[in-house]
Design a binder for this molecule. Structure first.
Ligand code: ACO
Length: 274
């Protein structure tokens, strides 16, 4: 197992941001490692997460996202909203209060945070969230950013932002609506209620729910099954499926033809090479 140091961010810096990255062969595991704070995340966590995405080795095909300890993540570190913010980080709230962060700057800061979540949809990788315990707010959005979710039976999902006067802004609203539909998404967000693992499965928020003790083994089995499919075919198929909701049947059929032509050409070239 290799403890990675993605370009520019040393292992110690990742840990300071509440993250750990380990790479074993084609599988990377990104762990949230502040269990004493239930893996609460800060701006620095999301910037480090973006950096992990930008510098991920090309050999990686699967990324597992998990949390250390009893909770996947309790969401944003609530100290970010308190005067003084989080130790070692510029307090955005203080800057807004002082009038030193304008709309364009806020937009850029949030866009930077969102980069920590966006890369998890990339077609060249498959991402799996392994969720035990709480996935609240930003934690729920992180799980939603992954392609697949495996939940322990004690998992509790909650889009808490509206209850705190905020909106979910870490790219979670799109997958939520895509998965459960706009009405259910509205009900979940506007009540900020907690969804159990059993309900999450019913709502298609989880591909799999297993006993807590089985979570790691279930994720390992899923990863092994994903690795058994050829990389290029998996990548082309993911791209096809991800694009499907935004296309008409005609457009999707055309996209299938294009993707298949690409696959067949590549396979023919490979066969010719022997
Ligand atoms: N930010 C900062 N500190 C946190 C957070 C958080 N989001 N979540 C937990 N902690 C801290 C607690 O303050 C506590 O610190 P202490 O030991 O110094 O008292 C420690 O982590 C353990 O937390 P407990 O509440 O004791 O753990 P418990 O397992 O009983 O409860 C739970 C876990 C349900 C996650 C609870 O901590 C909680 O509700 N946290 C806040 C969740 C929240 O509102 N997140 C923001 C969502 S909105 C968004 O993410 C944008």
């Amino acid at each position: 197992m290799r403890m990675a140091e993605p370009g520019g961010i040393a292992e110690g810096d990742l840990e300071a941001a509440g993250l750990r990255l380990s790479v074993t062969g084609e599988v990377a595991t990104v762990s949230l490692v502040r269990p004493e704070r239930r893996n609460a995340m800060t701006g620095r966590t999301w910037e480090a997460l973006a950096h992990v995405g930008q510098t991920l080795s090309e050999s990686v095909r699967i990324v597992v996202v998990k949390g250390e300890g009893s909770s996947f993540s309790s969401g944003i570190d609530l100290n970010m909203f308190r005067p003084g913010g989080v130790e070692g980080e510029t307090s955005l709230m203080d800057r807004i209060a002082r009038g030193s962060a304008d709309d364009a700057e806020l937009d850029a800061v949030i866009a930077g945070y969102q980069e920590g979540f966006r890369w998890l949809r990339r077609p060249d990788i498959v991402t799996v969230a392994a969720v035990r315990g709480h996935a609240i707010g930003a934690g729920f959005q992180l799980a939603l950013s992954c392609d697949l979710r495996v939940l322990a039976d004690d998992a509790q999902l909650c889009m808490k932002e509206p209850a705190l006067g905020l909106v979910p802004d870490l790219t979670g609203t799109k997958p939520l609506v895509d998965l459960v539909g706009p009405n259910r998404a509205m009900e979940l967000c506007l009540t900020a209620r907690t969804v159990s693992a059993a309900e999450a499965r019913e709502l298609r928020l989880a591909e799999l729910v297993v006993e807590g003790a089985e979570l790691d083994a279930a994720v390992d089995d899923l990863v092994a099954a994903l690795l058994a499919v050829p990389r290029e075919a998996a990548s082309a198929t993911k791209e096809l499926l991800r694009g499907a909701p935004g296309r008409t049947l005609e457009e999707q059929a055309a996209a299938e033809r294009r993707a298949q032509a690409g696959r067949l050409t590549a396979m023919a070239a490979q066969a010719a090479r022997g």
